[in-house]
Write a protein that binds this ligand. Structure first.
Ligand SMILES: [Mg+2]
Length: 304
Protein backbone atom coordinates (compact mmCIF):
# COMPACT_ATOMS: atom_id res chain seq x y z
CA UNK A 1 0.00 0.00 0.00
CA UNK A 2 1.34 3.43 -0.89
CA UNK A 3 2.18 5.64 2.11
CA UNK A 4 -0.48 8.22 2.96
CA UNK A 5 1.23 11.46 1.96
CA UNK A 6 -1.65 13.59 3.25
CA UNK A 7 -0.82 12.81 6.91
CA UNK A 8 0.75 15.59 8.92
CA UNK A 9 4.47 15.02 9.51
CA UNK A 10 6.20 15.96 12.75
CA UNK A 11 9.25 18.19 12.60
CA UNK A 12 12.52 16.64 13.74
CA UNK A 13 14.40 18.87 16.18
CA UNK A 14 17.83 19.54 14.75
CA UNK A 15 20.72 21.93 15.26
CA UNK A 16 19.17 24.16 12.54
CA UNK A 17 15.80 24.62 14.24
CA UNK A 18 16.62 24.14 17.96
CA UNK A 19 16.70 27.94 18.48
CA UNK A 20 13.23 28.31 17.00
CA UNK A 21 11.95 25.41 19.13
CA UNK A 22 13.35 26.91 22.32
CA UNK A 23 11.79 30.32 21.61
CA UNK A 24 8.31 28.80 21.50
CA UNK A 25 8.31 27.35 25.02
CA UNK A 26 8.88 28.42 28.63
CA UNK A 27 7.89 25.08 30.16
CA UNK A 28 8.64 21.49 29.25
CA UNK A 29 6.42 18.87 30.86
CA UNK A 30 7.79 15.37 30.45
CA UNK A 31 6.83 11.78 31.00
CA UNK A 32 9.50 9.72 32.82
CA UNK A 33 9.60 6.00 31.81
CA UNK A 34 10.81 5.69 28.23
CA UNK A 35 12.03 9.32 28.20
CA UNK A 36 14.53 9.55 31.08
CA UNK A 37 15.04 5.85 31.87
CA UNK A 38 14.18 2.54 30.17
CA UNK A 39 14.44 1.07 32.86
CA UNK A 40 18.00 2.35 33.42
CA UNK A 41 18.93 5.99 32.68
CA UNK A 42 18.95 6.82 28.96
CA UNK A 43 22.35 8.31 27.94
CA UNK A 44 22.73 12.09 28.32
CA UNK A 45 19.21 12.70 29.71
CA UNK A 46 20.60 14.09 32.97
CA UNK A 47 22.78 16.50 30.98
CA UNK A 48 19.85 17.41 28.73
CA UNK A 49 17.77 18.41 31.74
CA UNK A 50 20.61 20.54 33.05
CA UNK A 51 20.96 22.29 29.66
CA UNK A 52 17.22 23.02 29.43
CA UNK A 53 17.20 24.45 32.95
CA UNK A 54 20.34 26.50 32.21
CA UNK A 55 18.48 27.92 29.20
CA UNK A 56 15.79 29.16 31.62
CA UNK A 57 13.16 26.51 30.95
CA UNK A 58 10.96 25.15 33.70
CA UNK A 59 11.01 21.34 33.46
CA UNK A 60 8.20 19.41 35.15
CA UNK A 61 7.33 15.72 35.15
CA UNK A 62 4.25 13.54 35.02
CA UNK A 63 4.13 9.80 35.61
CA UNK A 64 1.24 7.35 35.68
CA UNK A 65 3.14 5.03 38.03
CA UNK A 66 1.47 5.10 41.45
CA UNK A 67 3.15 2.03 42.94
CA UNK A 68 5.84 4.17 44.58
CA UNK A 69 6.54 7.84 45.46
CA UNK A 70 6.75 9.84 42.20
CA UNK A 71 10.30 11.03 42.96
CA UNK A 72 11.57 7.50 43.68
CA UNK A 73 13.52 7.01 40.44
CA UNK A 74 14.81 10.62 40.44
CA UNK A 75 16.41 9.87 43.82
CA UNK A 76 17.54 6.38 42.80
CA UNK A 77 19.28 7.57 39.63
CA UNK A 78 20.43 10.97 40.96
CA UNK A 79 18.33 13.30 38.75
CA UNK A 80 17.95 16.71 40.42
CA UNK A 81 14.33 17.62 41.15
CA UNK A 82 12.77 20.68 42.77
CA UNK A 83 9.76 20.81 45.07
CA UNK A 84 6.47 19.66 43.50
CA UNK A 85 8.13 19.24 40.08
CA UNK A 86 6.82 15.69 39.56
CA UNK A 87 3.24 14.54 39.84
CA UNK A 88 1.31 11.26 39.67
CA UNK A 89 -2.40 10.34 39.78
CA UNK A 90 -2.87 10.32 43.59
CA UNK A 91 -1.99 14.05 43.67
CA UNK A 92 -4.72 14.92 41.20
CA UNK A 93 -7.32 12.64 42.82
CA UNK A 94 -6.62 13.95 46.33
CA UNK A 95 -6.76 17.57 45.10
CA UNK A 96 -10.04 16.88 43.33
CA UNK A 97 -11.67 15.28 46.37
CA UNK A 98 -10.47 18.19 48.50
CA UNK A 99 -11.86 20.70 46.01
CA UNK A 100 -15.34 19.16 46.03
CA UNK A 101 -15.36 18.92 49.85
CA UNK A 102 -15.52 15.11 49.80
CA UNK A 103 -15.94 13.75 53.34
CA UNK A 104 -16.97 10.12 52.95
CA UNK A 105 -15.01 6.86 52.88
CA UNK A 106 -13.11 5.67 49.81
CA UNK A 107 -13.01 2.12 48.49
CA UNK A 108 -9.59 1.74 46.86
CA UNK A 109 -8.31 -0.93 44.54
CA UNK A 110 -4.70 0.25 44.43
CA UNK A 111 -1.19 -0.28 45.74
CA UNK A 112 -0.20 -0.10 49.41
CA UNK A 113 1.59 3.15 48.63
CA UNK A 114 -1.54 4.57 47.01
CA UNK A 115 -3.73 3.80 50.02
CA UNK A 116 -1.11 5.14 52.42
CA UNK A 117 -0.88 8.38 50.45
CA UNK A 118 -4.63 8.99 50.59
CA UNK A 119 -4.75 8.07 54.27
CA UNK A 120 -1.90 10.46 55.01
CA UNK A 121 -4.03 13.18 53.41
CA UNK A 122 -6.99 12.54 55.68
CA UNK A 123 -9.00 10.08 53.59
CA UNK A 124 -10.73 7.20 55.30
CA UNK A 125 -9.92 4.06 53.30
CA UNK A 126 -12.12 0.99 53.40
CA UNK A 127 -9.93 -2.10 53.80
CA UNK A 128 -9.72 -4.26 50.70
CA UNK A 129 -10.72 -7.91 50.88
CA UNK A 130 -7.16 -9.18 50.96
CA UNK A 131 -6.48 -7.67 54.36
CA UNK A 132 -9.22 -9.88 55.78
CA UNK A 133 -7.87 -13.06 54.20
CA UNK A 134 -9.70 -15.42 51.82
CA UNK A 135 -13.47 -15.34 51.45
CA UNK A 136 -15.29 -18.59 52.09
CA UNK A 137 -16.77 -20.10 48.91
CA UNK A 138 -20.29 -19.84 50.22
CA UNK A 139 -23.00 -17.68 48.68
CA UNK A 140 -24.39 -16.44 51.99
CA UNK A 141 -20.93 -15.40 53.19
CA UNK A 142 -20.18 -13.73 49.87
CA UNK A 143 -23.42 -11.77 49.85
CA UNK A 144 -22.76 -10.74 53.44
CA UNK A 145 -19.48 -9.21 52.22
CA UNK A 146 -21.50 -7.13 49.77
CA UNK A 147 -23.79 -5.44 52.30
CA UNK A 148 -24.29 -1.82 51.30
CA UNK A 149 -22.05 0.71 53.07
CA UNK A 150 -23.63 4.14 52.61
CA UNK A 151 -20.53 5.74 54.11
CA UNK A 152 -18.55 4.89 50.97
CA UNK A 153 -18.67 7.86 48.62
CA UNK A 154 -16.06 6.95 46.05
CA UNK A 155 -14.45 3.97 44.34
CA UNK A 156 -10.89 4.44 43.06
CA UNK A 157 -9.33 1.93 40.67
CA UNK A 158 -5.56 1.86 40.16
CA UNK A 159 -2.79 -0.68 39.59
CA UNK A 160 -3.11 -3.36 42.27
CA UNK A 161 -1.23 -6.63 41.94
CA UNK A 162 -3.35 -8.22 44.67
CA UNK A 163 -6.72 -7.35 43.16
CA UNK A 164 -9.21 -10.20 43.48
CA UNK A 165 -12.75 -11.27 42.63
CA UNK A 166 -14.34 -9.89 45.80
CA UNK A 167 -12.66 -6.47 45.42
CA UNK A 168 -14.01 -6.10 41.89
CA UNK A 169 -17.45 -7.37 42.92
CA UNK A 170 -17.53 -4.90 45.82
CA UNK A 171 -16.51 -2.03 43.53
CA UNK A 172 -19.31 -2.88 41.09
CA UNK A 173 -21.83 -3.04 43.92
CA UNK A 174 -20.76 0.31 45.42
CA UNK A 175 -21.12 1.84 41.96
CA UNK A 176 -24.76 0.78 41.79
CA UNK A 177 -25.39 3.94 43.84
CA UNK A 178 -25.29 6.89 41.41
CA UNK A 179 -23.95 9.20 44.14
CA UNK A 180 -20.83 7.02 44.59
CA UNK A 181 -17.97 8.58 42.58
CA UNK A 182 -16.01 6.40 40.15
CA UNK A 183 -12.41 7.62 39.88
CA UNK A 184 -9.42 6.08 38.11
CA UNK A 185 -5.69 6.84 37.91
CA UNK A 186 -3.66 5.32 35.09
CA UNK A 187 -5.57 3.55 32.33
CA UNK A 188 -2.60 1.71 30.80
CA UNK A 189 -3.59 -1.77 29.63
CA UNK A 190 -0.24 -3.53 29.22
CA UNK A 191 2.93 -2.40 30.97
CA UNK A 192 6.28 -3.14 29.32
CA UNK A 193 8.85 -4.65 31.70
CA UNK A 194 11.91 -4.39 29.43
CA UNK A 195 12.65 -7.97 30.50
CA UNK A 196 12.72 -10.38 27.58
CA UNK A 197 9.37 -9.21 26.19
CA UNK A 198 7.44 -9.98 29.38
CA UNK A 199 4.42 -7.76 30.00
CA UNK A 200 2.36 -6.90 33.05
CA UNK A 201 -1.36 -6.23 32.91
CA UNK A 202 -2.10 -2.59 33.75
CA UNK A 203 -5.19 -1.22 35.50
CA UNK A 204 -6.84 -0.28 32.18
CA UNK A 205 -8.43 -3.69 31.64
CA UNK A 206 -9.86 -3.70 35.17
CA UNK A 207 -11.25 -0.19 34.71
CA UNK A 208 -12.87 -1.21 31.41
CA UNK A 209 -14.31 -4.34 33.00
CA UNK A 210 -15.74 -2.42 35.95
CA UNK A 211 -17.15 0.19 33.54
CA UNK A 212 -18.87 -2.62 31.62
CA UNK A 213 -20.13 -4.38 34.72
CA UNK A 214 -21.40 -1.21 36.44
CA UNK A 215 -22.62 0.67 33.38
CA UNK A 216 -20.65 3.67 34.72
CA UNK A 217 -17.78 5.64 33.17
CA UNK A 218 -14.69 6.36 35.27
CA UNK A 219 -13.43 9.92 35.73
CA UNK A 220 -9.77 9.45 34.70
CA UNK A 221 -7.01 11.35 36.52
CA UNK A 222 -3.97 9.58 35.01
CA UNK A 223 -2.67 10.31 31.52
CA UNK A 224 -4.26 10.85 28.97
CA UNK A 225 -6.70 12.65 31.30
CA UNK A 226 -5.60 16.29 31.73
CA UNK A 227 -5.96 16.65 35.55
CA UNK A 228 -2.32 16.08 36.59
CA UNK A 229 -1.32 19.02 34.38
CA UNK A 230 -4.37 21.28 34.54
CA UNK A 231 -5.28 20.80 38.23
CA UNK A 232 -1.85 20.22 39.74
CA UNK A 233 1.28 21.40 37.86
CA UNK A 234 -0.44 24.36 36.20
CA UNK A 235 -1.85 25.58 39.52
CA UNK A 236 1.34 25.11 41.54
CA UNK A 237 3.80 26.44 38.97
CA UNK A 238 1.57 28.90 37.09
CA UNK A 239 2.24 27.20 33.75
CA UNK A 240 1.05 28.93 30.57
CA UNK A 241 -0.03 25.87 28.58
CA UNK A 242 0.14 27.85 25.33
CA UNK A 243 3.89 28.11 25.91
CA UNK A 244 4.44 24.56 27.13
CA UNK A 245 5.36 21.37 25.29
CA UNK A 246 4.65 17.82 26.47
CA UNK A 247 7.41 15.24 25.94
CA UNK A 248 6.70 11.51 25.93
CA UNK A 249 7.25 8.11 24.36
CA UNK A 250 3.63 6.97 24.28
CA UNK A 251 1.14 8.07 21.65
CA UNK A 252 -2.03 7.30 23.62
CA UNK A 253 -0.93 8.54 27.06
CA UNK A 254 1.55 11.31 26.32
CA UNK A 255 0.42 12.76 23.01
CA UNK A 256 -3.11 12.20 24.39
CA UNK A 257 -2.61 14.31 27.54
CA UNK A 258 -0.95 17.02 25.44
CA UNK A 259 -4.09 17.18 23.30
CA UNK A 260 -6.34 17.18 26.36
CA UNK A 261 -4.40 20.16 27.78
CA UNK A 262 -4.01 22.05 24.50
CA UNK A 263 -0.22 21.71 24.56
CA UNK A 264 2.23 21.10 21.72
CA UNK A 265 3.55 17.52 21.48
CA UNK A 266 7.11 16.19 21.31
CA UNK A 267 7.66 12.46 20.78
CA UNK A 268 10.87 10.65 21.75
CA UNK A 269 11.77 7.34 20.11
CA UNK A 270 13.49 5.73 23.12
CA UNK A 271 10.40 4.00 24.49
CA UNK A 272 7.10 2.55 23.34
CA UNK A 273 6.77 4.20 19.93
CA UNK A 274 8.64 3.67 16.69
CA UNK A 275 8.60 6.27 13.92
CA UNK A 276 6.64 3.94 11.61
CA UNK A 277 3.78 3.86 14.17
CA UNK A 278 2.98 7.43 13.08
CA UNK A 279 1.78 6.07 9.72
CA UNK A 280 -1.11 4.26 11.35
CA UNK A 281 -1.92 6.08 14.61
CA UNK A 282 -4.98 8.30 15.10
CA UNK A 283 -4.18 11.55 13.25
CA UNK A 284 -4.74 13.67 16.37
CA UNK A 285 -1.93 11.79 18.16
CA UNK A 286 0.72 12.69 15.56
CA UNK A 287 3.23 14.87 17.43
CA UNK A 288 4.28 18.37 16.35
CA UNK A 289 7.95 17.49 16.89
CA UNK A 290 10.12 14.43 17.40
CA UNK A 291 13.62 13.76 18.59
CA UNK A 292 15.39 10.39 18.66
CA UNK A 293 16.25 10.73 22.33
CA UNK A 294 15.58 13.34 25.01
CA UNK A 295 19.32 13.03 25.71
CA UNK A 296 19.99 14.65 22.29
CA UNK A 297 19.05 18.03 23.82
CA UNK A 298 22.40 17.91 25.67
CA UNK A 299 24.30 18.02 22.36
CA UNK A 300 21.86 20.32 20.54
CA UNK A 301 22.04 22.92 23.32
CA UNK A 302 25.83 22.92 23.49
CA UNK A 303 27.39 25.88 21.67
CA UNK A 304 29.84 24.77 18.97
MG1 LIG B 1 6.52 6.57 29.07
Amino acid sequence: MAPDTSRRKPQEITRENIGQFMEQFDTIISDCDGVLWMPLPIPNTREALAKLREAGKKVLFVTNNALVEPDFKFKTFGYPLGKDEVTYPPHAIQKYLQKIGFNKKVFVIGSTHYRDYLQKHGMEIVPATRTGGLVEENLKVMLGELDEDLEIGAVIIEADINVNYMDITKAVNHLRRPDCLFLAGATDTLLPTFDNGKVLIGPGYFIRAIEDMSGRKAHVFGKPGPAMVTDYLKEIHGVDLQRAVFVGDSLDSDMGIANACGMKKLLVLTGLTQFKDLDTCKPELIPDFYIKSFGDFAELLTQK
